[in-house]
Design a protein around this ligand. Structure first.
Ligand code: G6P
Length: 481
């Protein structure tokens, strides 16, 4: 068999996580979040070296031991190169700048960043820039080992990595992919100019720049023009390529024992009509408004009382960041209010489970009648693709127009506006009343789309876009010299 092509991937969170078990031994955990879920299967197709930040004590221990080989869930080997940052640098990088500032700006939520005294330039220079410099140094070290490998830099944590890699290795082939939305120049204008400029320059240091949708890509071109007068370059180097699911891997997970046992438990206790949401506890996911919409549905439809239930499976996220702690509390409060108001013996309208339990989420995917995905903005939202793939009840997807996946799936979903609570209640009602034939046809259409545009197609396109553009860059360099 031919040896697979080398590839260097760089992201903040690695494809697998590590923690110390009760006996102090190292335990592996599945890396969570859309990016890692989507990229992990790449290690089974290519000869991957993955550079990532050490995020726990266990991971810092591993980083101290240097690069190591790691086995993927699919059985392939890859190199894992974890970078241990100075803890103060990492806290500024991850806990102040990347989340919540960049995350909030790029999800149109910056009004939630309520710390008026923060001087962003300090955590930027002494956090974000330094962490990116360290990750770029690790990429350069790997390029010395596999000089021809393309470098795939992932997401908003690593916007400056291309700048540093390009400076050290001018001929490197570098691609960046943003897994979250991109916003226009007015939104970037809330940040210190130095930060907005460096971020845009970082992406323009790449040969190929990817986004999930044309909408995010167009915003990038516009902000490059407004900030740097480089809209033309941004236009030529960028493309829209929505990420997707590894269908085979996903179906194998759905058929596995861990999902089966959770499905049996769910079947034993499910209400007649099951509405589901599966998210991280992130303000951008808009869970509070989703619960408020469900409350309105219960107000309008007493006939549903006792028969319908909303199951919310929320993966705890970024719990050291105050805005996330507050949002989780707001979620718990609204759920308590609705349950108090409508619940009765033997019927709890909303079941809220805040736990990282991927098999339980997949089990619930098989069982929903309505899936509510109502983010304010979302780069793509993989739940909207994963869940229909394995659903067994002709479930209907109620999907926010702010989710990147909406552009692909809009013909087969009920669209909602994320701030419109009343409209979301009406959409839930419409979903419940949708004729069976439409439910089946929509679900089949989503499945066919996801199968035809799977993760393999995404990864192949990323490589093709990079190959197509990298030589132009070299030609440009020759012409300039
Ligand atoms: C989103 C981001 C990812 C991130 C994930 C989880 O999917 O696009 O880059 O890894 O959220 O966030 P976390 O802060 O837990 O890594």
């Amino acid at each position: 068999m031919e040896r697979p092509e080398p590839l260097i991937v760089a992201s903040n969170r690695g494809p697998v996580g590590f923690r110390h078990g009760p006996d102090g031994a190292l335990e592996e955990v599945r890396g969570s979040g859309g990016l890692v879920t989507a990229l992990r299967p790449l290690v089974d197709r290519m000869d991957v070296t993955w550079v990532a930040s050490a995020m726990s004590d266990a991971e810092r221990e591993i980083a101290a031991g240097g690069r190591r080989t790691q086995r993927s869930p699919g059985g392939s080997e890859f190199w894992l190169h974890l970078v241990a940052h100075d803890p103060a640098v990492y806290a500024r990088f991850y806990g102040v700048v990347a989340n919540p500032v960049l995350w909030f700006v790029q999800h149109d939520l910056w009004g939630l960043k309520l710390d008026p005294e923060a001087d962003l330039r300090v955590p930027w220079r002494q956090g974000y820039v330094e962490a990116n410099r360290a990750l770029a140094a690790a990429v350069v070290e790997e390029l010395d080992r596999v000089p021809d490998a393309p470098v795939f830099v992932q997401d908003y944590h690593l916007d400056l990595v291309p700048t540093f890699v390009r400076a050290a290795r001018p001929a490197a082939r570098i691609a960046h992919f943003t897994h979250i939305p991109w916003v226009g120049p007015d939104d970037w204008a809330v940040l210190p100019h130095e930060i907005a400029v460096a971020i845009h320059e970082g992406l323009l240091a790449c040969d190929s720049i990817g986004f999930h949708t044309e909408r995010w890509r167009a915003a990038f071109v516009e902000s490059c023009e407004a900030l740097l007068a480089r809209g033309g370059e941004a236009e030529r180097r960028s493309h829209a390529n929505p990420i997707s699911v590894d269908v085979e891997e996903f179906e194998a997970i759905a058929a596995g024992d861990r999902v089966r046992s959770r499905r049996e438990a769910l079947l034993a206790e499910r209400p007649e009509i099951l509405v589901l949401r599966v998210d991280r506890t992130d303000p951008s996911k808009n869970a509070v408004r989703g619960f408020a919409a469900f409350e309105r549905l219960l107000e309008r439809r007493p006939d549903l009382h006792g028969r319908i239930g909303l199951l919310a499976l929320l993966d705890p996220s970024r719990e050291t960041i105050p805005e996330y702690v507050d949002y989780r509390r707001a979620v718990e409060d609204v759920v308590a209010r609705v349950n108090e108001r409508f619940g009765r013996a033997g019927w709890e309208p909303i079941a809220l489970v805040v736990r990282d339990d991927f098999p339980a989420s997949v089990a619930a995917y098989t069982e929903y009648d309505v899936l509510l995905v109502n983010p304010v903005l979302d780069g793509l939202n993989l739940v909207a693709k994963e869940a229909p793939l394995v659903n067994r009840r002709d479930g209907v997807l109620v999907l926010s127009r702010g989710a990147g996946a909406f552009a692909e799936l809009e013909d087969w979903v009920i669209g909602i506006d994320p701030l419109d609570v009343g409209g979301q209640a009406e959409a839930l009602e419409r979903a419940l009343d949708l004729p069976q034939a439409d439910r089946r046809a929509w679900l089949d259409a989503i499945r066919a789309h996801v199968r035809a545009h799977d993760l393999d197609a995404w990864a192949t396109r990323e490589l093709v876009e990079l190959e197509r553009r990298a030589p132009c860059r070299e030609a440009g360099a020759t012409m300039r010299s």
